[in-house]
Design a protein around this ligand. Structure first.
Ligand SMILES: Cc1cc2nc3c(=O)[nH]c(=O)nc-3n(C[C@H](O)[C@H](O)[C@H](O)COP(=O)(O)OP(=O)(O)OC[C@H]3O[C@@H](n4cnc5c(N)ncnc54)[C@H](O)[C@@H]3O)c2cc1C
Ligand SMILES: NC(=O)c1ccc[n+]([C@@H]2O[C@H](COP(=O)([O-])OP(=O)(O)OC[C@H]3O[C@@H](n4cnc5c(N)ncnc54)[C@H](O)[C@@H]3O)[C@@H](O)[C@H]2O)c1
Length: 453
């Protein structure tokens, strides 16, 4: 026997939980299916626990900066409060009861299990079948992608999921992958006393960012004692019951723990997408401007390939909820020209829109500008810990910014004005005419704007 609902949501990551709750709250019958924890990667294994680690690590770094500015300090790091906070405040010890109850209170029906599409309006979970009268929403996210390095499989390596659950900072750590996950965790653990080596196969850290940001972050990490090995592919991994040995670039790296942070993968075949004619070998699911895969089936979040960020998942959830609730194709469409992202290293690397290379590859007539935070008044006052830069990418034909980077102390906050400028296609001439508060970090944006034609 089949069970019927207006809407079925498979995977309750941040967007899935949001859309399911909005629709249930609006009076639709909604079945939400989640095999792990309602809320997804972000609250339990991603954004929130890692940012708790970063916040604590940044406090340690500030404490160590006291001798440069304000007297003496003696900092003794203890990971205990961070581990306790992650358990008690962030994850409820990896228990989602509160989130499940919140969804049920909103009127939803929760099903724990793995959902699989069998057609455009049918889903199975084990031996139960669910039929959707109005829509199915897919929000199944990603899993850590583990590279096929000889010797790696079967060793007790960490992914982000194990790394956020530790009770003490490891004595030593090799991090495979110099992307956002690898670098945020590398710096956080290093500030707690862990000896860290980052092994990155690309020629630079944070490859999707501007090369200036990669150099900046590498300089800071190396300055903090982290080993950074770019252009270095891991050839083999060994675990002797006590330590890991990673052979890479002709060298051997030895550490008690190994974190694999080499990207994420989707499982479109497991989700049954072949049943609606989708290529299950693709790296993401193609959707239209209202996130429809086919009529009646929507996809949101990491699986859509528009940026693996919680804010993207939530943004798309809003569009889908409005579309299902009756605005139809008149509802606002998804726009991706001003997607912001922040890597929460110290300095934070915030960016929005296109990099210089992406703009040039699109054939746009490009002008760029760069200002350095230490050269700004606020950066000079800030002194120790002031590394950072503003980079602007302008389309000279249209006279607007198509991309920008704000790296530095509070770089992710400075980014907000640049996100608005790119989103609204504000003329550069207007950015030149506006007033920037003195002496703020965002005045470095004005220094860069002045360099543009
Ligand atoms: C360490 C780390 C740090 C991060 N930090 C940030 C950050 O600072 N800022 C930011 O914006 N983003 C960050 N991210 C990314 C962010 O976590 C994701 O983009 C976000 O969780 C949105 O993902 P999603 O909505 O696609 O679904 P996910 O959060 O991936 O959730 C998908 C859910 O679907 C479930 N599921 C999968 N398949 C099925 C199935 N067949 N049936 C039932 N359930 C299923 C999964 O169990 C999971 O709970 C971070 C990620 C990681 C790993
Ligand atoms: N602050 C944030 O918003 C935040 C933080 C963490 C993660 N995230 C999201 O999660 C996603 C996944 O993060 P991630 O850091 O795992 O992925 P990523 O794709 O950003 O970085 C992975 C890195 O690993 C490298 N790599 C791949 N294979 C390798 C190998 N065999 N050896 C060495 N290096 C290898 C890649 O060149 C790349 O630089 C990100 O794309 C991001 O969208 C966001």
């Amino acid at each position: 026997m089949s069970e019927h609902a207006d809407v079925i949501v498979i995977g309750m990551g941040p967007g899935g939980e949001s859309v399911a709750s909005q629709l249930a709250g609006a009076g639709l019958s909604v079945v939400g299916i989640e095999r792990r924890l309602v809320g997804g990667e972000c609250p339990y294994y991603g954004c929130i626990p890692t940012k708790m680690m970063v916040r604590a690590a940044d406090v340690l770094a500030e404490g160590r900066r006291i001798p440069d500015l304000a007297g003496t300090s003696s900092v003794r790091a203890d990971f205990g409060p961070v581990a306790a906070r992650i358990r008690a405040e962030a994850t409820d010890d990896w228990d989602d009861r509160v989130a499940v109850e919140r969804f049920e209170k909103a009127g939803g029906t929760f099903v724990r299990g793995t959902g699989r599409l069998t057609g455009p309006s049918t889903v199975v979970v084990g031996d139960r079948e669910y039929v959707a009268a109005r829509a199915i929403v897919l929000n199944t996210g990603t899993e850590p992608s583990i590279p096929p390095i000889p010797g790696l499989a079967g060793t007790p390596y960490w992914t982000n999921r194990e790394a956020v659950a530790v009770e003490t900072a490891p004595e030593s750590l090799i991090v495979l992958g110099g992307g956002a996950i690898g670098l945020e965790l590398a710096q956080a653990f290093a500030r707690f006393g862990t000896r860290v080596d980052v092994v990155e196969s690309a020629e630079r850290l944070l490859p999707p960012e501007e090369p200036e940001s990669s150099r900046l972050v590498e300089d800071v990490l190396v300055g903090e004692g982290i080993g950074v090995h770019t252009g270095t592919a891991a050839e083999s991994v060994r675990h002797d019951g006590h330590s890991f040995t990673v052979t890479a670039g002709g060298a051997e790296f030895i550490a008690r723990h190994l974190l694999v942070a080499t990207g994420r993968r989707v499982d479109l075949a497991g989700l049954g997408l072949a049943a609606i004619g989708v290529d299950t070998n693709a790296r993401s699911v193609e959707t239209d401007a209202h996130l429809r895969v086919v009529d009646g089936v929507y996809a949101i979040g990491d699986i859509t390939g528009h940026g693996a960020f919680t804010h993207m998942s939530m943004y798309q959830a809003g569009i889908v909820a409005r579309h299902i609730l009756g605005s139809g194709d008149g509802a606002a469409s998804a726009e991706y020209h001003a997607v912001p992202r922040v890597t929460f290293t110290d300095p934070e690397v915030g960016s929005v829109g296109l990099t210089e290379k992406q703009a040039r590859d699109q054939g746009l007539p490009v002008a760029t500008a760069l200002s350095r935070i230490p050269d700004s008044t606020r950066g000079w006052i800030h002194k120790v810990g002031n590394q950072g830069l503003i980079k602007l990418v302008a389309d000279t034909d249209r006279g607007i910014l198509v991309g920008a980077t704000a790296a530095g102390p509070s770089g992710g906050e400075v980014l907000s004005m640049l996100t608005l400028a790119v989103h609204e296609r504000t003329p550069v001439s207007r950015l030149r005419e506006m007033i920037y508060a003195y002496p703020s970090f965002h005045r470095a944006v004005e220094d860069a704007v002045r360099q543009l034609p």
